[in-house]
Design a protein around this ligand. Structure first.
Ligand code: GAR
Length: 210
């Protein structure tokens, strides 16, 4: 089976990276991780990637003259690795349109809310403060806007009385760990296209026919 070459970009803990890694190891995604890149040398996800024997590199923003220069050095790493797909897994920097255009419809992101509700930072706190009854997570293709781009998959999570930001984030994270591998597998294993904002998966049966 042909395995797609994917790179993971992360800034912190890296639990979504690990869920993708486990799914690949279990044969649930036809891919292999060719690079893990972090903008933070101290990111626990980067250390974990090294322990797993993966090619793991820190590309800190500090020391580089501009955002563009930072992205250029990440792009260099990506090219060197031969990555065909880029998975953002808690990568907390907004990519420039120039970067996004290097991997058209080949950059994925996961966000801890049902987009387009609550983009940006602390999505779980935003959901709590708004008083929604249901939140969740979204895996989407990345475009030039923040937490935007065609939606691949969403999973809902109900809010419970007494929820805190931490308790809600924990339940959403569990959903994220299932959603990201599932979305990645869907994109790599089926034929799909984007029409406007919508991602159309060709062999997806219409709801009535299921
Ligand atoms: C996850 O909850 C992810 O959805 C979120 O950061 C966390 C990273 O956790 N990403 C965003 O908010 C992007 N806008 P992880 O490092 O354990 O995967």
């Amino acid at each position: 089976m042909d395995r797609s070459r994917i790179a993971v970009l992360l800034s912190g803990r890296g639990s979504n990276f690990l869920s993708i890694h486990s799914a690949i190891e279990d044969g649930r995604i036809p891919a292999r991780i060719v690079a893990v890149i972090s903008d933070r040398e101290s990111a626990p996800g980067l250390a974990r990637a090294r322990e797993l024997g993966l090619e793991a590199t820190a590309v800190p923003r500090k020391g580089l003259p501009s955002r563009e220069a930072h992205e250029q050095s990440i792009l260099e790493q990506l090219r060197r690795s031969g990555a065909e797909w880029v998975c953002l897994a808690g990568y907390m920097r907004l990519l420039t349109p120039a970067f996004v255009s290097c991997y058209p419809q080949r950059i994925l992101n996961i966000h801890p809310s049902l987009l387009p509700s609550f983009p940006g930072l602390r999505a779980q706190a935003q959901a709590l403060e708004h008083g929604v009854r249901i939140s969740g997570c979204t895996v989407h293709l990345v475009d030039e806007q923040l937490d935007s781009g065609p939606i691949v998959l969403q999973r809902s999570v109900e809010l419970r009385p007494g929820d805190s930001e931490t308790s809600l984030a924990k339940r959403i994270l569990k959903a994220e760990h299932r959603a990201y591998p599932e979305a990645l597998n869907l994109l790599l294993s089926s034929s799909w296209r984007v029409e406007g904002r919508r991602l159309i998966v060709d062999e997806e049966a219409p709801v009535e026919a299921r």
